[in-house]
Design a protein around this ligand. Structure first.
Ligand SMILES: Cc1cc2nc3c(=O)[nH]c(=O)nc-3n(C[C@H](O)[C@H](O)[C@H](O)COP(=O)(O)OP(=O)(O)OC[C@H]3O[C@@H](n4cnc5c(N)ncnc54)[C@H](O)[C@@H]3O)c2cc1C
Length: 351
């Protein structure tokens, strides 16, 4: 297990990571806790965030450096310090490490906020579907929507049982303070069974013109998506955040056929490295294979964390699921988790 340096704050970490001090740990349920962080003045701008975004943490567990994302459950402008909430995953390395080890006064390596699962500036009602730990970005969106606009908000919140409801009291208080605008429906597996398509349709009711935000376990999100699809809700009204762990780094020097001869020069943290690329290999995979630690999170083209600029050569992206916009593409940026060079190239990660 890593030794946490309680003295460091704001500096001392490498690359895109910053050391942030933990000011408070809140036990939310038997298997979830919140970690509140202090942002030093010098990092305030960098750590400004939008409701629904996440932080990426780098920790060392069992001799391995692991990177994990945790959504901000706090609301920007409403809570003075950012807060993430981590729920234990069975056999999960980082979630259990965070629950067992982190305490007030520790410092953690954290990357600046990222993510596109954010509250959109619209006037239509909002319907939120949260399941288990998926409540974290959802409650941030909920609090922000209530505080900054007039949109009616409905939350459908699924949990195993009553004891596992994260933020139960906070949600109750929000209901009490916004009786005309906020409606919360709790669905408990042990009482009501799993949420199914018919339940989703019933909860949407006459709010088909709403914006829908979904975050929770995979099967829960699938059912909600199917329900919304059956109602003919347009894709641009639906926003989804998937909680997945990134793949472990390939062992440095892992066998890859580099006979194609393509070479990519990457600049990361001011240091240049020339990498012999494997056939069809992405820039992110190649950089991690040679032992570099570039920023990344979802690896599925939607978080935007791994973006870097193509300074020379051509790089083709396998896909883009909203992680990068046209303006950034026009400026020469690519998602390195999707970027495959077409011949020699030079790539620079922002400092
Ligand atoms: C954008 C984003 C936001 C997120 N926000 C939150 C949040 O707010 N709160 C939250 O709690 N989580 C959140 N997550 C999920 C979080 O990042 C982690 O994925 C989660 O905590 C599990 O990580 P872990 O290291 O504990 O588990 P891992 O060690 O990654 O294991 C995950 C699962 O895989 C299994 N597993 C592990 N190693 C192997 C192996 N070698 N072979 C087969 N199976 C294996 C484990 O048994 C476990 O069930 C978010 C994820 C994303 C992408």
């Amino acid at each position: 297990m890593t030794a946490i340096d309680p003295a460091a704050s704001g500096t001392g970490a490498t690359g895109p990571y910053h050391r942030l001090r933990v000011t408070r740990v809140i036990e939310e349920t038997a298997d979830a806790r919140s970690i509140v962080l202090e942002i030093p003045d010098a990092l305030r701008e960098r750590f400004a965030y939008r409701a629904g975004q996440f932080l990426t943490f780098r920790v060392e567990v069992g001799g391995h450096r692991l990177v994990r994302c945790y959504s901000l459950a706090s609301a920007p402008g409403l809570e003075s310090q950012p807060k993430v909430t981590v729920k234990r995953v069975v056999e999960g390395r980082v979630s259990n490490w965070m629950n067992d080890n982190v305490k007030a006064g520790d410092s953690l390596e954290v990357m600046q906020p990222a993510g596109v699962f954010c509250l959109r500036d619209r006037t239509t009602p909002i319907v939120l579907f949260g399941g288990g730990s998926g409540i974290t970005p959802v409650i941030s969106i909920l609090k922000t929507a209530l505080a900054t606009g007039k949109r009616p908000v409905k939350l459908v919140y699924a949990n195993r049982d009553e004891a596992s409801i994260i933020f139960a009291k906070e949600l109750e208080a929000l209901c009490a303070s916004h009786p005309d605008r906020l409606e919360i429906v709790h669905r408990l597996d042990v009482v009501h069974g799993f949420v199914d398509v018919a339940r989703v349709v019933a909860e949407v009711g006459d709010r088909k013109h709403a914006d829908f935000y979904i975050c929770g376990p995979g099967p829960f999100m699938d059912v909600v998506e199917q329900g919304l699809e059956s109602l003919g809700i347009a894709r641009d009204q639906i926003f989804i955040e998937r909680f997945s762990s990134p793949s472990d780094a390939p062992a440095p020097g892992a066998a890859v056929d580099t006979a194609g001869g393509t070479k990519v020069t990457v600049k990361l943290d001011g240091k240049e490295t020339v990498i012999a690329m494997g056939e069809g290999e992405t820039i992110l995979a190649a950089a991690r294979r040679v032992g570099l630690e570039p920023p990344f999170a979802c690896e599925e083209a939607y978080c935007g964390c791994c973006m870097a600029r193509v300074v020379a050569g051509q790089v083709e992206m396998r896909m883009n699921d909203g992680g990068i916009d046209q303006r950034q593409i026009d400026e020469g940026y690519v998602l390195t988790c999707q970027g495959v060079p077409k011949g020699d190239a030079r790539i620079e990660w922002p400092d």
